[in-house]
Design a binder for this molecule. Structure first.
Ligand SMILES: NC(=O)c1ccc[n+]([C@@H]2O[C@H](COP(=O)([O-])OP(=O)(O)OC[C@H]3O[C@@H](n4cnc5c(N)ncnc54)[C@H](O)[C@@H]3O)[C@@H](O)[C@H]2O)c1
Length: 312
């Protein structure tokens, strides 16, 4: 089997590429990344039993069709991912993320390769207590230019799936928790762990303390990708994939188990809203997938990783 991973050196990709050789024995793993985020260490010490090939290339420019020739599936992770900052570089995020997905989808159409597309649960914004993939249009309220683009990408894939018979799936991942070789710290849980360990106040969005949002452990995320590949779940659907819905207060309480003295500083951001809701993962659960890892564990692991950098 040949598996292509775009954005392979990023937070999710760097963990996925380490686990693929054990999950799919003998698989040829083609990793594409333009190093825009300089995650060179993601390539350090890959498992010796892996059959890897790294291609330093931009998905927008490279002959991606040639890379995907003969591949069973592409896991498309390449994107500009700092959602809160996407208000400051809206055009670039829209251009890069939308066109990267369009190019990969087009190459899938030509090569017959299936596509796992990464979307985000940040496409939702609802007054309801629980939201799922069957929600009404007015419950889709992308919270940033980044999330708006995810929704546009999903719609493009739906269109291509319908008109050209493409085999794909869009995964609306919750915010990732947990550690990887190419970890980033833009997102809520990772940022809070970092701030707590280094004695900085936790910068919580003014409205967010008691709002529920979906989170996904990185180990569960990798297992979800394995599950999709094993079951060839390329049915053109959108799936919410998450471990648990939590409030920021819940997360802070988990962090306090390792770092008891925590200060909170409330900050305003364009991304916040007044809404609190659970995102349902029932559609994916009904296919047979269940998340296994408690978020308290991934939060503990993140703190342990940093702990010895500040031994106050
Ligand atoms: N991490 C999360 O919390 C989360 C949650 C939901 C969805 N997602 C989605 O999952 C995917 C992966 O996220 P991540 O956290 O690993 O992101 P990341 O920013 O850590 O990694 C993205 C990688 O893509 C590469 N890249 C960017 N543009 C590229 C291009 N044009 N060509 C080639 N490589 C390019 C970057 O260099 C980086 O290594 C993204 O689509 C993201 O939107 C992530």
């Amino acid at each position: 089997m040949k598996i292509v991973v775009t954005g392979a050196l990023g937070h999710i990709g760097s963990r996925l590429i380490r686990e693929l050789p054990s999950m799919f024995h003998g698989a040829k793993i083609f990793m594409v990344d333009n190093l825009a985020t300089q995650r060179y260490p993601s390539l350090f010490n890959l498992p010796a039993h892996g059959n890897y090939r790294f291609i330093e290339a931009d998905v927008l420019e490279h002959d991606i069709e040639a890379v995907m020739d003969g591949a069973t599936v592409v896991v498309h992770l390449a994107a500009i991912t700092d959602a809160a900052n996407s208000f400051n570089n809206r055009e670039k995020v829209e251009y890069v993320n939308y066109n990267a997905t369009a190019r990969v989808a087009e190459a899938c159409g030509k090569t017959g390769c299936a596509m796992i597309h990464l979307s985000s649960t940040s496409v939702y914004g609802t007054q309801a207590a629980v939201v799922d993939e069957n929600c009404t249009e007015d419950e889709l309220k992308p919270q940033s230019p980044y999330a708006e683009t995810k929704l546009k990408e999903e719609r493009l894939l739906k269109e291509l799936g319908t008109s050209k018979g493409g085999r794909f799936v869009s995964c609306r991942f919750g915010t990732i928790t947990g550690i990887s070789a190419g970890m980033r710290f833009h997102t809520a849980v990772n940022k809070f762990c970092w701030q707590a360990v280094f004695g900085q106040p936790l910068t919580v969005w003014t409205t967010a303390l008691h709002q529920k949002r979906p989170y996904l452990d990185l180990g569960d995320a990798v297992q979800a990708i394995k599950f999709i590949i094993e079951n060839e779940l390329y049915d053109g659907n959108v799936y919410n994939i998450l471990t648990e819905n939590l409030t920021v207060n819940d997360i802070i309480n988990y962090i306090k188990k390792s770092v008891p003295a925590i200060e909170i500083k409330y900050v305003d951001t364009q991304i916040m809203n007044q809404l609190s809701y659970d995102v349902s993962n029932k559609r994916f659960a009904d296919k047979g997938f269940s998340p296994k890892i408690a978020l308290s564990r991934s939060i503990g692991e993140t703190i342990s990783l940093l702990r010895s950098a500040n031994t106050r």
